[in-house]
Design a protein around this ligand. Structure first.
Ligand code: SF4
Length: 197
């Protein structure tokens, strides 16, 4: 059952964790807020683009889809996670998959986008009692063609490990390792207070 007092981890939380685990520490343990306005404006533009893509009504028959559900909110009480999936697809062979709209193809962000889809697949697995092994991305700036990516058990294990580490930081105040990519510190709000070395 949904517990309003418990922190449910979202895909955005994990995106920030993947940016840098220590960022989560500053955000939730020290409770020093970051300056988000600039990023928020970019986000609004992307959300409008995504909403337009989701408006279109068509069943993806070429993928063998027999039923599609849009903007599906799911949660998992055991893992303490929740999220809204752009499309949950039921296929004619009885399996299921998910489809996510992305603003644009971006090689640098692909890893994060892929693991976000893996995160959603975990939510679908537990809510629909299935075992998703693929996901699709549609890059909404370049048409409607879906691109398929394989999801392996090791990808789901990786995401579950990240969820557990996120909880360790959030609930136990664990001080995690910093990002491997020090260039990210240049854009980080916590740059001046973080002990990066
Ligand atoms: S300054 Fe660098 S190491 Fe510190 S929280 Fe930001 S990104 Fe992570």
């Amino acid at each position: 059952m949904f517990n309003e007092y418990r922190k449910y981890i979202t895909a955005t939380d994990l995106q920030e964790f993947w940016y840098c685990p220590r960022f989560i520490y500053y955000m939730y343990v020290t409770r020093i807020r970051q300056y988000e306005e600039k990023r928020f404006k970019v986000q609004i533009g992307r959300e409008v683009h995504k909403a337009k893509a989701l408006e279109k009504e068509y069943l993806r028959k070429s993928l063998g889809v027999i039923k599609q559900e849009k903007e599906v909110y799911l949660s998992d009480d055991n893992l303490g996670i929740c999220g809204i999936i752009d499309e949950v697809l039921h296929l004619e062979d009885g399996s299921m998959t998910i489809l996510e709209y992305k603003y644009a193809e971006n090689k640098h962000k692909f890893r994060t986008q892929f693991y976000q889809a893996v995160y959603y697949s975990i939510l679908v697995d537990s809510n629909y009692k299935t075992n998703i092994n693929s996901c699709y991305f549609v890059y909404s700036r370049s048409g409607t063609k879906p691109f398929k990516y394989e999801i392996k058990p090791k990808h789901k294990e990786f995401v579950k490990d990240c969820i557990n580490e996120f909880k360790k930081i959030y609930y136990e105040g664990y001080y995690p390792k910093r990002t491997k990519y020090l260039r990210q510190c240049l854009d980080c709000t916590y740059n001046k207070i973080c002990d990066k070395y």
